[in-house]
Design a protein around this ligand. Structure first.
Ligand code: HEC
Length: 126
């Protein structure tokens, strides 16, 4: 009986450990993403919901493209009909001018899938 209890306890401890390490992974990914985001920061503000040279990216994951008030988006982005799903964000950061020809955003090229993962994990925290 004691043995069974011990087994149950250690199983519970293991489940707990898995959950914590998944959370730690996410935090580590977001931290790595903050590094990648340094390439975006010159134009995109994160300390508030203010627009800078580029629109605020707070809450961007899942948002409709060109949907913030008080930002002068390009006609191209306004007409794009895109929603910022993870998939579209990957395409955007790997080649934004290909996804939306005529966008005002300077060309960026983050093609490494790991870097894209980190960046998206970070954007989700905004
Ligand atoms: C040189 C300035 C600049 C840099 C660097 C830059 N952006 Fe942008 N970004 C803009 C501008 C300007 C727009 C608006 C584009 C338009 O209206 O066509 C924009 C738009 C966006 C949008 C669409 C937002 C919306 O509300 O629809 C996303 C997402 C985005 N940028 C992500 C990024 C990421 C991620 C990076 C870094 C890898 C980055 N940008 C780097 C200037 C920049």
């Amino acid at each position: 009986m004691k043995k069974v209890m011990l087994k149950l306890l250690s199983a519970a401890a293991m489940v707990g450990m898995v959950a914590t390490s998944a959370q730690a992974d996410e935090a580590a990914m977001a931290a790595a993403g903050a590094e990648v985001f340094k390439r975006c920061q010159a134009c995109h503000s994160t300390d508030s919901s203010k627009n800078a040279f580029g629109p605020s990216l707070i809450g961007v994951v899942g948002r409709e493209a060109a949907s913030l008030p008080r930002f002068a988006y390009s006609e191209a982005l306004k007409q794009s009909g895109i929603t910022w799903t993870e998939d579209n964000l990957r395409k955007w950061v790997s080649d934004n001018t290909k996804l939306v020809p005529g966008t005002r955003m300077r060309h960026v090229s983050i093609t490494d899938p790991a870097e894209q993962d980190y960046l998206i994990a970070y954007l989700k925290t905004l």
